[in-house]
Design a binder for this molecule. Sequence first.
Ligand code: GLA
Length: 383
Amino acid sequence: MSMTTQIHEKFVALFGEGGEQYAAAGRINLIGEHTDYNGGYVFPGAIDKGIVAEIKLNGTDKVRAFSIDCDEYVEFSFQNDEALPGQQWARYIFGVCREILKRGGKVAGFDTVFAGDVPLGAGLSSSAALESCYANAINELNGNGFDKFELAKIGQSTEHNYCGVKCGIMDQFASCFGKAGCLIRLNCKTLEYKYFPFDSKGYKVVLIDSCVKHKLASSAYNKRRESCENAAAAIRKNHPEVEFLSDAKRVWLDEVRDRIPEEDFLRAEYVIGEVQRVLDVCDALERGDYETVGEMMYQTHFGLSRLYEVSCEELDFLNKLARKMDVTGSRVMGGGFGGCTINLVKEELYEDFVNAAKEQFTARFGHEPKVYDVVVSDGARKL
Ligand code: GLA
């Protein structure tokens, strides 16, 4: 049975007559990691895996929600923050309702059933898919008229205020603005963006999921953000034009080396390099120069592993293996602390690489990694 049929059948079984279906996607990011909250560039795209929700206004002031994947039913009101539900998945929906209300939008009570095929905790932004799906659906059903940027910000504020992650805008942006066949370069400071057709002829993009999830990932993520803000504040004393770390030149960072903890220096060194790498990758893509794209991905991995310290043994292992097998590009993707590597692989090498990754990773760590082929797809939409 397809996911949409399964959702519909469950909806009818629980609530009677069916509602409307909405979808939103998870994302990949070719390059530009941990740059979004530093006002830098990112280069994501929506993927063919995400969340689908059926939803219908129910004439009450409550949400009645069922998650197929968790096999769990929750009922909650959303008139004040104290009504925060206990289940993590329900908090995302609750947060979206609250953030819409805070912006002066209308939210009427609704019934909903949802399911997803975007793997959880793999660094593919299942949570952004969930937020964008509901932000878009609630926006339409209540005639609020928020634009896509506002919907993305509603998702981001949900993470900040109801889930404890001080994330940037990348995931929700990609999930709302995704377009089939295109990656999107976003300037996270000005919110200017540009679609780049991504037609990697002769190459495949494949994700290898280490299936490792680190428990303290969200507090470690918030700590990285603090380090960056610290470094930016120190640089700003000499160079007041530095609003975000991405505005700083590398030499300006060197000037404050003695004034900030070594850890903050290393984090900032990575970010400043990464901002430039996104631009270099965009130029290389326009020339069809995938070798340069791949080399930049390896540099990003090095930075994320050694300077930003968000990789782990399993991801470093996959990255090293890719290098050994002459894979064009490979790096840890998303926030890090587990999850996937994204790999740019020549088609003729694809089979060998995937097989070797499965075998060698399993031999080393005792569990098989998962492999996802990626199709760059549309973002949040009504089905
Ligand atoms: C997570 C966050 C994003 C971004 C990435 C790292 O996915 O939600 O905002 O910071 O990590 O690039």
